[in-house]
Design a protein around this ligand. Structure first.
Ligand code: HEC
Ligand code: HEC
Ligand code: HEC
Ligand code: HEC
Length: 474
């Protein structure tokens, strides 16, 4: 087996380039920033649309047509966005040029993908169902139209659902989104459903999963935040808060995207944990804090872990990774104090169960399932909270004010807080301006700097930076 190191950019938990992409993509959304910074392409143009294979299967009811059906310049393949329509019509061009999803299959054929497959002993990555599950639209052959080609990666229908039934009629005059949804389009407009769709690959599920075995073979660790990831993707649609999007206009839409995304992320991660507790490998290390096991040893007087103490854990038992709760914790306390208190104590119990060397599978599964139900109930309350300047500012203050607690939860939690603070800042600045706008911008960029080397993450330093953001808020 050839497993010699490859020179490609590799990453374990956190990608420095990804964080600069978040800063570039989201700061560019504030009107003020747009005039200051030059537009830089986020991703290199390193691929052309693959030729759709003509050698498809003659099948009874092929539902999936492939992205080529959407690519005509009069449909979604316009080079520049149309200004006379709420649909931009350059979605295909955006996807093929800037969106990494169009390169997802090609990644399996690259050095990193092939090396990973060799280490895992699964043959070639581009034909392994274990990889195709998230890197392509791996639907049964009977559902693929002649124009469909697996090598087109994560394409339109991966998110929007099989197009065969609405492809023709969806351009008719009185056709509506609801009619499309009724014949198989996935309802990506619904934020809960949208989050669930993204997370089916960016968190995984019982059926498709990135576990510690895959991470140890070289796969990046998965983390997600709906608002930041949508900006980096980048968006090929107008949001209700944007000019030219008259339907359901909501200037605080980004905040809703953040809070709903966090609720769904927490619920789905608990359901994944429940499934994993009944799975083949247990304990599943990727549910735990990576750097509890993976840190390098320093002189005892320099070890912040030793200084922090192990709060009831036996030193050596790695703690659960609670980062999917970090932001929802701050959101839900504003929506329902009592419910949030209950969730807090149930999740603490789950964290305790998970932070033992060999967690009890049944107890973990039961606790995770019960927490997931509670999150479901609470998220509808959080969703019905109105968003305005005051509530956005309150959430910003709350997250940045909880600096010590968040920082102590580890580098994944720190990453979630940095992305959330960034999203909230951008949402606020889209509607007004902070007195200390430039200073805040610099302070937020500094948060991301601290995440660049996860092995060197230092909670005291990160906490200081989060407090600096807090001090600059009105
Ligand atoms: C069918 C699986 C799938 C779905 C659904 C999906 N993604 Fe992805 N996404 C991927 C894969 C695989 C990659 C890695 C592509 C590559 O570089 O090979 C990726 C990459 C990305 C990246 C680039 C990350 C980086 O490191 O630069 C962003 C941003 C992103 N996805 C956002 C989203 C958002 C937002 C949604 C939901 C609207 C979503 N994704 C839905 C599979 C998916
Ligand atoms: C649960 C869904 C899922 C599965 C299963 C999965 N991946 Fe991924 N993969 C992703 C996502 C999502 C990303 C992008 C992560 C990010 O940037 O946040 C990614 C990124 C990658 C990358 C890095 C791409 C880049 O250019 O940065 C490689 C290589 C890769 N995957 C290979 C594989 C291989 C090989 C397999 C099978 C052994 C596999 N993946 C299985 C979801 C998945
Ligand atoms: C990774 C997921 C993903 C992929 C891949 C994707 N989209 Fe989208 N698309 C979305 C999301 C999320 C929205 C925003 C919600 C909405 O409007 O439905 C959206 C919105 C749209 C809209 C605007 C719909 C409206 O009514 O405002 C069009 C048109 C569209 N996509 C076309 C495409 C085309 C064409 C492709 C392929 C070239 C594509 N999308 C690939 C996730 C995706
Ligand atoms: C319970 C302890 C533990 C946890 C938690 C853990 N790992 Fe590991 N990991 C290990 C051990 C042990 C190895 C194998 C090292 C060896 O055999 O030399 C390993 C191997 C790896 C490797 C292979 C490369 C290498 O240098 O060994 C990577 C990459 C990796 N882990 C990343 C992660 C990430 C990312 C996380 C969090 C999502 C994580 N690990 C969580 C214990 C852990």
């Amino acid at each position: 087996m050839d497993t010699k190191p490859v020179t490609n950019r590799r990453r374990l938990a956190i990608s420095p380039t990804f964080f600069s992409a978040i800063l570039a993509a989201t700061f560019a959304l504030c009107p003020i920033a747009r005039t200051q910074s030059k537009e830089v392409p986020l991703f290199a143009i390193d691929g052309q649309p693959s030729q759709a294979s003509q050698a498809g299967h003659a099948a009874p009811a092929p539902g999936y047509t492939g992205p080529g059906s959407c690519a005509s310049t009069t449909c979604h393949g316009s080079v520049s966005p149309r200004t006379d329509n709420r649909v931009l019509q350059n979605e295909y061009s955006t996807w093929i040029v800037k969106d990494k999803h169009s390169k997802a299959y090609a990644s399996l054929q690259g050095n990193v993908g092939e090396r990973m497959a060799a280490i895992l002993g699964i043959g070639r990555a581009e034909s392994a169902p274990k990889c195709l599950a998230c890197h392509a639209l791996d639907v049964p052959a009977t559902q693929r139209a002649r124009t469909f080609d697996l090598s087109e990666g994560v394409s339109c229908e991966s998110c929007h659902g099989p197009a065969a039934a609405w492809l023709g009629p969806h351009t008719e005059r009185d056709w509506t989104h609801e009619k499309s949804v009724a014949v198989g389009m996935y309802d990506t407009r619904n934020l809960t459903k949208r989050s669930e769709k993204c997370l089916s690959c960016h968190l995984g599920s019982e059926e498709k999963s990135v576990d510690h075995e895959m991470i140890a073979a070289g796969h990046p660790d998965l983390y997600f935040e709906l608002d930041s990831f949508s900006a980096v993707m980048p968006r090929h649609w107008k949001e209700p808060g944007e000019p030219g999007e008259p339907e359901n206009s909501d200037p605080w839409y980004d905040v809703r995207e953040l809070t709903t995304g966090q609720a769904v992320q927490l619920r789905q991660s608990l359901l994944r944990l429940e499934a994993r507790a009944h799975g083949k490998f247990w304990p599943e290390y990727s549910e735990l804090q990576c750097y509890a096991c993976h840190h390098s040893l320093t002189l005892p007087e320099n070890s912040w872990r030793q200084a922090r103490g192990y709060s009831g854990r036996r030193p050596g038992d790695p703690p659960w990774n609670p980062s999917r709760y970090t932001i929802f914790h701050e959101v839900v306390f504003q929506a329902d104090g009592d419910g949030a208190g209950k969730l807090d104590s149930e999740l603490s119990r789950l964290a305790q169960l998970m932070s033992q060397l060999n967690p009890d599978r049944e107890a973990v599964a039961a606790s995770a399932a019960s927490c997931a139900r509670l999150v479901g109930d609470l998220s509808s309350k959080a969703d019905s909270m109105p968003n305005d300047p005051a509530s956005t500012l309150r959430l910003l203050r709350k997250i940045s004010g909880d600096a010590d607690n968040i920082s102590a939860q580890g580098e994944h939690a720190a990453a979630q807080s940095a992305m959330a603070v960034q999203s909230l800042f951008v949402a606020y600045e889209r509607n007004g301006k902070f007195e200390h706008s430039a200073e805040l911008r610099a302070a937020i960029s500094a948060l991301f700097q601290d995440l660049q080397d996860p092995s060197a993450y230092n909670p005291a330093r990160f906490s200081g930076k989060l407090r600096q953001v807090n001090a600059l808020l009105p």
